[in-house]
Write a protein that binds this ligand. Structure first.
Ligand code: B3K
Ligand code: ZN
Length: 881
């Protein structure tokens, strides 16, 4: 596919003010009449041909101002409809197209999922419904008439507010929807089907009475109230936190079972992967509840950050995605525990975004070029994009940040905006020059900040020297220009190793934040009597790697005495990571030894558990969880041996489990739920379950016999899916008959629950044993598996490639081959999901030479396939490039 560059952006030559759609739904022959009110764009090129995008459309009829266009005036190309010499005044085009929703396995455009008609138009699916100027800076007011068979599709939903509805003859009926808010085509949606419904009402701060409804597969209504309530809470939160009210009379959410990603923010009609809607204690884990809440909020918040203010072009994707992730993170932090949520955010960032930024798919938060935009819905755009917004708030302070957001919404409402527009609002509000800060959007790669501290007892000063180093990233999507220093907010404080107070101060630290703007800088604190331990990047105040050598004793001081919970957790993580790395670097030391850092960690955790495990169980569970294999691999960076990392981490787990056994067992007792206790998905209850299950996991690592007994008992007696699945996951690490029996029993118990079987697929795919490749191949033949369903594919193949480093990176290449083969099979059906799956190879250059060669062979085998989709060919090209 050809390359598209940000630098080449040009406004559209034509605009579309109004769209009238008449959609007659039919399983294989759906007909769409689109009546478009067009006019030349004063900012475009006068007299240019009108080029409408189209993809896999059958053109049935075309009218220009009510007349068939002159012969030769129209050209139908495979991916476009061209009108030569269109009128130089406003005109109307009526286009009739036909599509086959049942044959649409790409799940882009109009398709059927379990018999329900639904759409997905972002980024460029609307052109699979009708010919259109399918770009986000062309915004129109839509009126949609949907007609369908009454039996097949009693529910008909569109964007905006409902209008007329009624019978349409021959067993058919219709409904009209009108959306008064101009929107780009990617926000268009419709749904038709047999659906169950739960609903509630919400009155906005402006006094608008809104009906909120969640539609699900009939019979699943009892699993919808949690999502419904999350919508209402999101509406209330956006009013209080950002002053943003909802702007239509209805807000509908529809759950479908075949969906390429999590959900979609179509105006007034959010369409969701049912995985992120349906919840009951017996089928959903605490993590599912948290994800449902976060994604419902995310899509709802897009109504302002994405819909009312949309993106000028797809390079600006972070404008809506980074900002909306930031907003949903804030919502979840308010609804749950802020420190615990912050840790979860950072874990995701480090596990997904840091590796992306360190590999061949690296790109700036605002890419400079792309071939296939659907491949840029990445951790970098979303998660690092959110970190940039958070840094902006840290730099400006909450007041100016909120003022800047208000200005942004006021200035850009109803427009398709850019990152520059966003930053201009904050510059105007704060009077600050944000030009240097804007580099965060343009420069790819994770910066490293090296810090060293020096205490001068005579002068009673403590000096911190900072140095930022930025990788030069040369990929297709990044400019490759030499990076310039970034504006890095460093939230920090000095901690007394004995737990006392440190008097030191520096006038360059404001509200606990020092701003590092130059490549090198240093900070002097005065009135410091004894050497403190610096607590740096509190709350993870910038998305950087910190190189700061601390002794185990200093880390322990932070774990015990830092006032910042994030850095307390980070201290334990750093100790754990250092313990893992020192074992890996030392070759293969004796299995029983934890090493000095392991010993230090184990003592520290014992003290921590004694002092406060029960004070905040969710936090304690995170402190007890070692950094993952992936994080260790990142730290090592080259010639990585995933087996060595895995062994080192397992040994450390075993060691911790032995040292802490009595405490962990006592914790499990103390946190046990009384039989018959009512279920609550709230953060406190989830935290208790999390700590109990982390304790089980460590106990099992230390004593497989005991672990098996405890886990089997828990699988059988569990009152929640959280507890059942956690125990089953513990069992999957303990080879033997008990494991196979438990797996078989689980499959039998949930045979009619595809979303639960997804969990069953996922944990088996993550088993770190040589038999797993064969197991996964076997599971691909399981009746519940379907290559056509993205959730199944992600659960089985995605989990294998992302959560099973030792088997994905098998030295014989069998893991790579499995994934590459799945990508090849899937590509003909669903290129977007295939391409996403292939990104698991992102870090192939990092592994040691033998595996590297196998990975390259697997990638080359994909590249050699003829007729690859643009999606997969883009990923494979950049991965090898
Ligand atoms: N905006 C959608 C993602 C669309 C992905 C297109 N390939 C969901 C979201 O981020 O809210
Ligand atoms: Zn989004």
């Amino acid at each position: 596919p050809p390359i598209i560059r940000l630098a080449d952006y040009r406004p559209s030559d034509y605009l579309i003010d109004r769209v009238e759609l008449d959609v007659r739904l039919h399983p294989t022959e759906t007909r769409i009449t689109a009546t478009l009110a067009l006019r030349p764009n004063p900012k475009g090129e006068a007299g240019a041909p009108l080029v409408l995008d189209g993809d896999e459309l059958t053109l049935l009829a075309l009218d220009l101002d009510g007349q068939p266009p002159a012969p030769g005036a129209v050209e139908v190309q495979p991916r476009a409809l061209v009108l030569h010499q269109p009128p130089r005044r406003p005109f109307t085009l009526a286009i009739e197209t036909q599509v086959n929703p049942s044959a649409n396995t790409k799940l882009m455009g109009l398709y059927r999922s379990g018999g329900v008609y639904c759409t997905q138009c972002e980024a460029d699916g609307f052109r699979r419904i009708t010919y259109f100027l399918d770009r986000p800076d062309v915004m129109a007011v839509y009126t949609t008439r949907i007609e369908a068979d009454l039996e097949e599709a009693p529910v008909l939903l569109g964007n905006g507010n409902p209008g007329q509805a009624g019978p349409a003859g021959e067993g058919r009926h219709y409904a009209v929807w009108h959306d008064p808010h101009p929107k780009p085509a990617y926000l268009f949606a419709l749904v038709g089907g047999r659906l169950g419904r739960v609903a509630t009402r919400f009155t906005t701060m402006e006094g608008r009475d809104v009906e909120i409804a969640v539609y699900v597969e009939p019979g699943k209504e009892p699993r919808a109230p949690y999502a419904l309530d999350a919508v209402a809470r999101s509406m209330a939160w956006d009013e209080t936190a950002f002053g943003r009210p909802y702007d239509l009379d209805v807000f509908n959410v529809v759950a479908v079972s075949d969906f390429n990603m999590g959900a979609m923010e179509n105006k007034g009609l959010n369409i969701f992967n049912d995985k992120y809607v349906l919840a009951s204690p017996d089928t959903a884990t605490d993590a599912d509840y948290a994800n449902i809440e976060a994604i419902i909020a995310h899509e709802y918040f897009h109504n302002w950050s994405g819909n009312r203010v949309t993106c000028r072009d797809w390079f600006q994707l972070c404008l809506k995605e980074g900002l909306t992730v930031f907003r949903d993170q804030e919502f979840s932090s308010d609804a749950r525990s802020r420190p615990v949520h912050r840790i979860a955010e950072v874990r995701t960032l480090r596990a997904r975004q840091f590796p992306e930024d360190a590999g061949p798919l690296a790109h700036p938060v605002r890419p400079q070029a792309y071939r296939e935009i659907n491949n840029f819905y990445t951790a970098t755009v979303y998660e690092k994009g959110a970190e940039i917004v958070r840094m902006l708030r840290t730099l400006l302070g909450p007041g100016a940040f909120r003022g800047g957001m208000d200005r942004y919404f006021a200035a850009c409402d109803g427009t398709a905006a850019t990152v520059e527009d966003f930053l201009a609002a904050f510059a105007a509000e704060s009077g600050r020059d944000l030009a240097a800060f804007a580099r965060w959007y343009a420069q790819a790669g994770t910066p490293t900040v090296a810090v060293s501290g020096r205490h001068d007892p005579a002068a009673r000063t403590y000096t911190l020297a900072f140095r930022q180093s930025l990788p030069t990233v040369v990929t297709e999507a990044a400019s490759g220009a030499a990076p310039l220093p970034l504006v890095i907010p460093v939230a920090l404080g000095l901690v007394d190793p004995g737990g006392g107070a440190v008097a030191g101060r520096s006038d360059r630290v404001r509200d606990g934040v020092f701003v590092l703007e130059a490549e090198e800088d240093s900070l002097v604190f005065t009135d410091v009597d004894a050497a403190p331990v610096p607590s740096l990047f509190r709350g993870f105040s910038a998305p950087v790697k910190v190189a700061h050598a601390l002794t185990p004793a200093e880390r322990l001081a932070l774990l015990s005495h830092d006032s910042d919970p994030f850095n307390r957790w980070q201290a334990a993580q750093s100790l754990g990571l250092e313990a893992i790395l020192s074992r890996v670097r030392a070759g293969a030391p004796q299995a029983e030894e934890a090493g000095p850092r392991g010993e230090a960690l184990s003592r520290a955790l014992a003290a921590f558990l004694d002092a406060e495990a029960l004070a905040d169980p969710a936090f304690a569970a995170l402190v007890l969880t070692l950094p993952g294999d992936q994080e260790a691999a990142q730290e090592i960076g080259t010639e990585v041996d995933p087996d060595a990392i895995h062994r080192a981490r397992q040994t450390l787990r075993t060691h911790l489990g032995r040292d802490l056994a009595a405490r962990l067992a006592a914790l499990r007792e103390a946190l046990a739920e009384p039989p018959g206790a009512p279920f609550s998905p709230d953060a406190a209850s989830a935290g208790r379950r999390a700590l109990r299950n982390v304790a089980l996991d460590l106990l099992a690592a230390a004593d497989p016999g005991l672990g098996t007994r405890l886990a089997v008992a828990q699988v059988e007696a569990a009152a929640t899916m959280t507890d059942r699945l956690a125990a089953l996951a513990v069992l999957t690490l303990l080879p033997g008959e008990a494991r196979e029996r438990a797996l078989a029993g689980f499959a039998e118990a949930y045979r009619d629950e595809p979303l639960v079987l997804d969990k069953w697929f996922a944990i088996q795919a993550a088993i770190p044993e040589p038999g797993t490749v064969a197991r996964v191949r076997g599971l691909m033949e399981h009746p519940a598996f379907a290559l056509g369903n993205p959730n199944r594919v992600r659960s089985l193949i995605g989990s294998f490639s992302l959560n099973n480093p030792t088997q994905f990176h098998r030295p014989d290449g069998a893991g790579y081959d499995l994934v590459a083969e799945a990508v090849r099979h899937l590509d003909g059906k669903n290129p977007q999901v295939a391409a996403r799956l292939l990104t698991a190879f992102n870090n192939w250059r990092m592994v040691e030479a033998g595996r590297r060669q196998k990975a390259e062979e697997a990638l080359r085998a994909v590249a050699a396939v003829t007729g690859l989709s643009p999606d997969v060919s883009d990923i494979v090209g950049r991965s090898l490039g």
